[in-house]
Write a protein of this length. Sequence first.
Length: 270
Amino acid sequence: MTSAFLIIDAQYDFCHPDGALFVPGANRDVDRMAGLIREHSGQIDYIVVTLDTHHVLDIAHPLFWADAEGNHPAPFTAISAAEADAGRWVPLFHAEQARQYVRELEAGGQFTHFIWPEHCLIGSRGAALHDPLTDALRNWCQQRNRDYVAVQKGLYPLTEHFGIFQAQVPNPAMPETVLNTALIADLNRFDTVYLMGESKSHCVANSLKQLLDFAPELVPKLVVVTDCTSDVSGMGYLADPIYAEARARQVRFIESAELAEQWKADNTLK
């Protein structure tokens, strides 16, 4: 039986208490991920890490928008299509394309457009993997004589890109926003795919939803490691329908300690 880890956005800005968008509990999540990788390298055949990566002038960052007085929205401001169309919040770049994006988000039943603190800026410390994970990955590479795979998302500034497999509103002219069928095929080579990372309420949930929608062949292989992911404070409810659908479709959920015990038992039987 072969297994792969799909680790979503375990980066400094989300996982360190000093990060720009720290997710409470993410530092402990990373410690548990790193422990699994260090102590059970032989049971992990492949590792994909994703890297949320943004420009400063991103549609989900404050500098992209302003009100009539020129004030930028504070982080954690929601912007509806009605507010954008009415000029309550005015996009300062690619204005009509930005308004259309917010309309399409709502029409497609996606999360409401939301302004985040500037985070995971390209080339910054905040965009890097959190150190405990980096150390564990290096150790795994040495033990298994193979490298991990890193996949960036979020560089196209005119759409949010929560899920790793495609942007919230894909733009056919921008290949990095459309469905990443190559990554789906890559993961499908393995018997089990363990999903974890940050945040449970957003990027992990949307990655899971995209697998449910676009990769049904992978669904029986999915296992969510429940104590290696945490919610953005106060926003866990947003993803409740996604996890309910996953459970209804027999996606498995497991804690890291239970997984470690299973792997120890497997080793004993060998």
